[in-house]
Design a protein around this ligand. Structure first.
Ligand code: KIV
Length: 264
């Protein structure tokens, strides 16, 4: 199987819907890669899912590089996209280029993702002009949670118009795909129909070209956190908990390790 490139991903537009998922380490990347998923994102949701932070705002470059490198070791075929964390690309284009380049040079990523609309056009163009494939991200942009909260975006006509203009601007700047997070399905359809690059929806309805879910959410790792847009394809959290309880019980009872797990 040939490895996925950003231009192959872009070429799926109008041809085939596809699934993508976040990964955060060697094991999750290997499992998702083996499942044949063409694009894996080391999302800065790492902050909450793996590091126990309250939001993505506190995630650092070093944490993202560390986890992206681990994920890259488990990825053979998929395109590995790394999230540029908060303040790694907003201060200047030069810093954005340096930080994005580090993901390719030091951490094995194939592309980066950054949040924001028309205000990111010159940064995206600069990265693309220097050989770095970029995915945009508009709608609910979690790095702006202190400003916008975790709210569906684009319900108001003015906000919807801005998102449509942002999407076109990001495509013009050279992004190969665009994440649409938490926006009404009809708006996501309009944006998807207006673009020549694939839209990757999360909480943006069924009309996007692709979907993305957070690894831990789709596998049901948490007991009581399931946003409306998440479908749990398994209850892995329950399975892990009960397996651990069984292990504890067997050790306490003396039935593990048995002869089959012991050396003569
Ligand atoms: O960090 C993340 O997991 C993301 C996805 C929700 C798109 O940005």
């Amino acid at each position: 199987m040939n490895p996925w490139t950003s231009s192959r991903i872009r070429g799926l537009k109008h041809k085939q819907k596809f699934a993508t998922v976040t990964v955060f380490d060697y094991t999750s990347a290997k499992l998702a890669d083996q499942a044949g998923i063409p694009l894996l994102l080391v999302g800065d949701s790492l902050g909450m899912t793996v590091l126990g932070h309250e939001s993505t705002v506190t995630v650092t470059m070093e944490q993202m590089l560390h986890h992206t490198l681990a994920a890259s070791r488990g990825t053979s075929h998929a395109l590995l996209v790394a999230d540029l964390p908060f303040l790694s690309y907003q201060i200047s284009e030069a810093e954005a280029l340096r930080n994005a380049g580090r993901f390719l040079q030091e951490a094995g990523a194939d592309a980066v993702k950054l949040e924001g609309g028309a205000e990111r056009v010159s940064t995206i163009s600069r990265l693309v002009a220097n050989g770095i494939p970029v995915t945009g991200h508009i709608g609910l942009t979690p790095q702006s949670v202190k400003q916008i909260g975790y709210k569906v975006q684009g319900r108001e006509p003015a906000q919807a118009a801005k998102l449509k203009a942002d999407a076109l601007a990001i495509q013009e700047a050279g992004a190969f795909a665009l994440v649409l997070e938490a926006c009404p399905a009809p708006l996501a359809k309009e944006i998807t129909d207006s673009l020549e690059i694939p839209t990757i929806g999360i909480g943006a309805g069924p009309h996007c070209d692709a979907q993305i879910l957070v690894f831990h959410d789709l596998l049901g790792m948490y007991e009581n956190f399931t946003p409306k847009f998440v479908k749990q394809y398994a209850k892995v959290g329950d399975l892990i908990r009960s397996s651990l309880q069984e292990y504890v019980h067997e050790v306490e009872q003396g039935s593990f390790p048995g002869p089959e797990h012991s050396y003569d």
